[in-house]
Design a protein around this ligand. Structure first.
Ligand code: DGY
Length: 337
């Protein structure tokens, strides 16, 4: 399902950024149905746009076929942009931009070697992802889903002083692993709720620096907002969960790959930790019969950290701007390589 969605109507006046470079011969391939904001921006800039116009992930063989000869690639976190794709695209490919802040799906080394610029969408999804982090944290700590399920099962008999008790944030210690844009925004939401300490282990900021092990040992809530790379893969494993408090709650909004999921299951099942909220899993989608879904002390959302109407539209626009700036040899608003 690949279609030529559009082409330039006025190529010479097409670029708002530089009238000197004519983009009318440039072809951009978009790997999914995305909000119209970005597509319109590309069209107005005068480039030709081809698209996998579907909600479903583009099959690998179709991607390899469709990218042939394109100048720029607009991709999502679901496509592995590796040497094979870059070779299939050929020598004209000069910009790859992903509509995500995470970019572990792109082979940066190959892009560097081939002089291909790589863009991503930092900052604009920080508020939406922060909201979702807080939603998961509170859903687990205040047992929202468990309570809802209890109502549906007819288990809500009366108001009881010691039923469905959760864990409050006031006077608690929160550890944030990955104290970057999102981690710091989450911290800003937590202070007004009366937490007494916020710990981080990876970057500088307003919070207190401690080692990763100390963070695990001291925190009542552990929030993971770091990127996935070789140093963070499966850092939340049996060893890490064993160091956490039995009363602690773990929230992951980064990537499923930072967690050893069998170990998380073990930790939740055996009450090594109190609860968990996940927006990201391995695999995605998580199969409906996955063992994690049988546990009462977990809430899982389907990777919707940035999923607000406004944020997804902004991300799409940002990706399109990255591509146009990259093609025009202008500074890209969000550039990795
Ligand atoms: O990397 C990202 O951008 C998020 O995981 C999805 O928006």
């Amino acid at each position: 399902m690949s279609s030529l969605s559009s082409s330039s109507s006025s190529p010479t006046s097409s670029s708002p950024d530089s009238p000197l470079i004519n983009l009318s011969n440039s072809m951009v391939y978009i790997t999914r149905k995305v909000p119209s904001s970005g597509i319109n921006h590309l069209i107005k800039a005068g480039v030709k746009v081809k698209q996998w116009d579907s909600e479903e992930v583009i099959p690998r063989d179709v991607l390899l076929e469709q990218v042939k000869g394109v100048d720029a690639l607009f991709c999502l976190l679901t496509e592995k942009i590796d040497e094979e794709v870059i070779e299939a695209a050929g020598p004209k490919l000069s910009v790859v931009s992903t509509m995500s802040v995470g970019y572990e799906h792109i082979s940066l080394d190959i892009c560097r070697k081939k002089n291909i610029k790589v863009g991503f969408t930092p900052d604009i999804l920080t508020p939406a992802t922060t909201e979702l982090t807080m939603a998961l944290l509170l859903a687990v700590s205040r047992r929202i889903v468990e309570g809802f399920n209890a109502i549906k099962a007819g288990e809500w008999q009366t108001w009881k002083p010691e039923w469905m008790l959760g864990r409050g944030l006031q006077n608690s210690t929160v550890g944030i692993v990955g104290y970057g844009r999102i981690g710091q925004a989450v911290a800003a939401c937590l202070w007004p709720l009366g937490v007494s300490r916020i710990l981080y282990s990876t970057r500088q900021g307003m919070a207190e620096y401690v080692s990763f092990d100390e963070l695990l040992e001291l925190s009542d809530f552990v929030i993971c907002a770091c990127s996935l790379n070789n140093t963070t893969r499966e850092i939340f494993n049996r060893d890490a969960f064993s160091k956490m408090k039995k009363t602690s709650i773990f929230v992951n909004i980064s990537r499923g790959g930072v967690v050893q999921q069998n170990d998380l299951y073990w930790a939740l099942k055996n009450k090594v930790i109190w609860g968990a909220g996940l927006d990201v899993t391995i695999p995605e989608p998580l199969p409906p019969f996955h063992p994690l879904l049988t546990l009462p002390n977990i809430v899982i959302s389907p990777h919707i950290g940035s999923a607000t109407v406004e944020t997804r539209s902004d991300m799409c626009m940002f990706t399109a701007k990255n591509i146009i700036c990259g093609l025009l040899n202008k500074p890209m608003p969000g550039r990795i390589v």
